[in-house]
Design a protein around this ligand. Sequence first.
Ligand code: TRP
Length: 346
Amino acid sequence: MEIDSKTQNNAIADESKFSYRRILTGDRPTGPLHLGHYVGSLKNRIRLQDKYETLVLIADIQALTTNFEHPEKLKENIFLVALDYLSCGIDPNLSTIIIQSMVPEISELTSFFSMLISVNPLRHNPTIKTEAKERGYKELTYGFLGYPVSQTADIAIFKADLVPVGIDQLPHIELARKIVRKFNELYCGKLVEPFALIDKFSKLTGLDGSLKMSKSYGNAINLSDDYDLIKSKIRSALTDKNRLHPTDRGNPEICTIYSYHEAFSGKALLKETNYDCRNGKIGCVKCKENLFGVVKNLLEPMNEKRAYYLKNKDEIWGILHAGTAKARKIASETVREAKESMKILY
Ligand code: TRP
């Protein structure tokens, strides 16, 4: 994606120079989360929740923009996403987990914001364009075209100043800043212009070697997969195609498995793997077994928590309802304030 450097400088947060207060992140509940989510966002959120007030939004309305034909799947998917969050270390005492549709004030703010942006910048938004193309959309629904406006409301309603996201979400944060600025200028508002916190290691390659691990490409290792399934997925993953025998010299730079070692393995194993592969001292089968060991170690503590929550499913819904209720208080106060600035508080 091409983003001009001026845009980047303005919208990207610098944690070393400024102090931020409140984080908002979110996911669409479209299915179980995978290792790509872990590397690209979950790991970062677990680090950040100690440092900042953290809100995590399960964006079920945004999920409808592409899944409106199957709203009945949302409930199960919300549960699965929350289960993945809690299992991997998002701590409900430090992070507030929110269900988007249960904060109707977000939709209210979205409708006010929708007056402040014309349709052309939305149509030219690079992320919308890429997504529409990937999904083969010829016509865009009003909801799909407008989801960045709703996302702006997600962020602004909680006065979040920091939004940790992958680089593909940067155009949305830039848009959020524009809308918030316009709102504040027009109505003497007190909304907060957010910054994007971009994780450098924000993408994991797919098992098939394609650029991105993604549920829709069917090339993902889910956090909830059992070990046998993970083992067989790793076994079938693409490596250096030119390497036919374990003693051939390999090239880790073009190997999917090596990119996973980079993401998950410790320094010593990484160095050893690189050397042994380049010098034909380790075969792909053994290298994959090593990786499986590393992934298993990562997932083991998560699976203990997962087993606990699967026995206590009501606890998950309790956490979701409590988080949402807490968030709703902030949201209704912001909407009241926004209406006051707009002089439409009757
Ligand atoms: N668009 C984000 C994604 O697809 C999900 C999301 C919804 C989000 N609302 C948000 C991200 C607010 C950050 C802030 O991953």
